[in-house]
Design a protein around this ligand. Structure first.
Ligand SMILES: [Zn+2]
Length: 353
């Protein structure tokens, strides 16, 4: 194992960030190469905990000659966001300097222009230099996992239809509760990586990949950071690495993924019609029927008609829920994976991560 460090010079004098990168060299040139990062949204730490334990396992495997494909691990991908504490709270999702989501605005390029990502980096501000170096590393691999988490959430992943159903082994290995099949092209990390592969030959879009994979994994909720959970998730990721021939472990037998694989069109984003205090009646992991009472919003406390009930538009599985109890008008409350397309429209790309 080799640990290198990327130094991101700040945009003001006297500031720089250091980003450790773990490299495990594979012994089989034909084995797939994988890139795994966590905490691109700096306050989403289940993946960082997972990778801490996975690195220990990989280091042991390295000593036993069991690493077959090159593995690159960035356990904490966003030191800039991790430093953004203000008024006692952390902002890990948006760059305070530009109000840009740390998981948006990744350059959309063809893989053949990969080297251009890191040319003349001095031209870019620190957050852009970070993004360019992360995606440059990712595009050196065949498989890319970006580990995030939701607010209160089951474990699920956004997987582009171009990688499905081959990616069901990842869902099985990690024991995911659901997969959300996406079809869009946003500038999120995962989608910028797949964009580069899809347009390897500019103008000729490739729409299916058996040997590549770029996925956003949502490792449950922000507070789901516990030793046993992180160790068991690390075991899950290890099983995926074994199944893909990146590490040698003949004892691994993957079961079939039995959870729902739901197109994004079938996700009911439950939104608040008005601002108020949220009282949830249902929680993540529950199946609801059409018309079930999901939440009550107290819009005018104390008034006889001061609350609104929110009902399920159709049957489905509650995948996520917000943790805040004050909601603004049109604020998200829940994501429900349903059997039929939602009547509400949506923008292309991952829902909001
Ligand atoms: Zn995230």
């Amino acid at each position: 194992m080799e640990i290198t460090e990327i130094v991101i010079e700040g945009d003001t004098p006297g500031i720089s960030w250091r980003l450790p990168v773990f490299h495990f060299k594979g012994s089989e040139p034909a084995a797939p190469k994988i890139y795994i990062q966590a905490a691109l949204h700096a306050n989403e730490l289940p993946g960082t905990a997972l990778l801490h334990f996975l690195c220990q396992k990989l280091q042991k495997a390295d000593g036993e000659g069991a690493i077959l494909g090159d593995i690159t691990v960035v356990p904490q991908a966003n030191p800039i966001g991790a430093a953004q504490w203000h008024y006692g709270e952390m902002e890990g999702r948006f760059d305070l300097g530009t109000r840009t989501n740390f998981n948006r605005d990744f350059p959309l390029i063809s893989i053949r222009d990969r080297d251009s990502l890191v040319e003349n980096l001095d031209r870019y501000r620190a957050s852009e230099r970070l993004k360019r170096q992360l995606i440059h590393m990712a595009l050196g691999a065949d498989l890319v996992l970006d580990l995030h988490c939701d607010d209160e959430s089951l474990q699920y992943a956004y997987i582009d239809e171009a990688f499905w159903p081959e990616a069901a082994d990842l869902a099985a290995a990690l024991n995911m509760d659901a997969v959300l099949l996406s079809d869009g092209e946003s500038s999120a990390f995962e989608e910028a990586v797949s964009f580069a592969w899809k347009y390897a030959v500019p103008g000729e879009k490739k729409s299916h990949f058996a040997d590549n994979l770029s996925v956003t994994v949502e490792l449950r909720g922000q507070r789901d950071v516990y030793p046993d959970m992180a160790r068991s998730d690390a075991e899950g990721l290890w099983r995926f690495l074994a199944a893909r021939g990146i590490v040698r472990d003949d004892s691994v037998q993957l079961l079939e993924f039995k959870g729902p694989a739901t197109p994004l069109d079938n996700i009911e984003m439950i939104r608040a019609p008005q601002s108020g205090t949220v009282l949830f009646h249902r929680t993540i992991g529950e199946r609801v029927a059409a018309g079930d009472l999901l939440a009550t919003i107290i819009t005018r406390p104390g008034m006889a008609d001061g609350s609104i009930d929110i009902h399920a538009p159709q049957a489905g599985l509650i995948v996520t829920r917000i943790s805040d109890r004050l909601v603004h008008r049109r604020g998200d409350l829940m994501k429900i994976a349903s059997d039929k397309p939602s009547a509400a429209g949506r923008k292309p790309g991952t829902l909001e991560d």
